[in-house]
Design a protein around this ligand. Structure first.
Ligand SMILES: Nc1ncnc2c1ncn2[C@@H]1O[C@H](COP(=O)(O)OP(=O)(O)O)[C@@H](O)[C@H]1O
Ligand SMILES: [Mg+2]
Length: 398
């Protein structure tokens, strides 16, 4: 029985841990949270901060693993490549992952390789440096932590006077204390999930994204049917493939966010060398394509044959994050009828009695997910929103 190490054992990783177990592998998990839900499905686990590369490596060596992966979190990506490189396992190179973990270096690499180029982008690691550049900047810009995720610390800035404060906030949200200031791209947002095998890029899904209203830029949901014409879908596939090659990603899953302007220009916004979060990898891709996405990720890391053939073609899947009305939870009503409804694939509720529900500003404020199917994108998305609102109504607050 081969042993696979999974870096991160939170809710979004628990699906891949379960899949590895179903496939008969021994699961070895690490997470900084001693109560991580994924530990329940692990054969062996240890509480280690997943950004602590040395400690994770030590444990990997001790357990004599055959493969190492992460899923749905950017924080595990560098650690996985570190372990893979040190132990001679399949993975992306550490150097490649270092670039991908820094949004400024990604911008730079894509510009240098003529893949994608926004009019302006700057990296700041000292707040005082802003005074030197702020007059040269053409507004609006977006400010974000270079190593951020889940839309934390992101703000659109329209006026010069607001720049410094936004950079301070973004810096606070950054582990590396680096901030990216870049041109604000006006457009519709899409997510693209890809898989790299033998250096070939396979596009698994192009998804519509529903985002919060500005000035907050957080994900609210995805829909598996892009609604785009085949010409622009081909352009997306071409651009995504070029992006992945330019960055040097050689194996496994890739999660990309992009924006399409009204002139049909495509801009890459965000890239992760890992499976998409917010149930993209665990639910949307497998339910809408029939591809055993998580199984493939596991097998790829172990050097076993994979199968990316699509078997489902006409099922539209939409998710909605449970961005709920703020308050303190007094009681949670019965949700059984929702869970058992024909078109509901999953309802994941993360709140309990006496929990505080915060105003939804980033992923961490989400209270769970709803996953539904529909005859077309509009039906599926409306349905997901409707059920989300019903879940919200059934939660009684003090
Ligand atoms: N240059 C940009 N122009 C317009 N919107 C952007 C830009 N960069 C990011 N955004 C918005 O902010 C969101 C979060 O940014 P992203 O780089 O994906 O950060 P994270 O890693 O936290 O997901 C994006 O999904 C998008 O809606
Ligand atoms: Mg993103």
């Amino acid at each position: 029985m081969k042993k696979i190490m999974i870096v991160g054992a939170g809710l979004l990783q628990s699906y891949i841990i379960k899949r590895a177990k179903e496939l008969g592998y021994t699961t070895i998990c690490v997470d900084g949270d001693p109560n991580a839900v994924g530990f329940k499905y692990a054969d062996y686990y240890k509480t280690i901060d997943i950004v602590d590369e040395e400690e994770c490596l030590k444990y990997a060596k001790k357990m004599n693993i055959d493969g190492v992966i992460t899923a749905a979190t950017d924080y595990g990506v560098l650690t996985v490549s570190y372990i893979a490189e040190k132990l001679g396992l399949i993975g992306n190179s550490y150097k490649v992952c270092e670039i991908i973990k820094n949004k400024y270096l990604v911008r730079k690499t894509l510009a240098e390789n003529n893949v994608d180029s926004v009019p302006e982008f700057y990296e700041i690691d000292n707040i005082e440096d802003i005074d030197k550049i702020k007059k040269d900047i053409k507004y609006p810009v977006i400010v974000k932590p270079c190593d951020g995720s889940g839309s934390r610390g992101i703000k659109r800035i329209d006026y010069i006077d607001d720049l410094k404060f936004a950079c301070k906030k973004a810096m606070e949200a950054s582990l590396s204390k680096k901030v990216l200031i870049e041109h604000f791209i006006e457009g519709e947002e899409y997510g693209v999930e890809s898989f790299v095998h033998n250096s070939d890029v396979h596009i698994l899904s192009i998804m519509q994204k529903t985002m919060t209203k500005p000035p907050v830029y957080a994900e609210l949901g995805h829909c598996s049917f892009s609604g785009l014409d085949s010409k622009i879908e081909s352009e997306i596939k071409y651009k995504v493939s070029k992006t992945i090659r330019a960055l040097g990603i050689a194996t496994g899953s890739v999660n990309i966010d992009l924006l399409i302007t009204k002139d049909r220009d495509i801009y890459i916004v965000d890239i992760g060398a890992r499976m998409g979060g917010n149930l993209i990898g665990s639910h949307i891709v497998p339910l809408s394509t029939g591809i055993d996405y998580m199984g493939n990720i596991i097998k790829e890391s172990l050097g076993e044959p994979i199968d990316l053939n699509r078997t489902i073609f006409d099922r539209v899947i939409a998710t909605r994050l449970l961005a709920l009305t703020p308050g303190i939870v007094k009681e949670i009503g019965d949700m059984k009828d929702i869970q058992s409804s024909d078109y509901v694939y999953d309802l994941v509720l993360k709140v309990n009695k006496n929990n505080i529900i915060n105003e939804y500003r980033s992923n961490i404020d989400g209270c769970g997910y709803i996953v539904v199917s529909g005859e077309d994108a509009k039906v599926a998305k409306d349905r997901a929103l409707e059920i989300k609102s019903e879940v919200d109504r059934r939660i009684i607050r003090y």
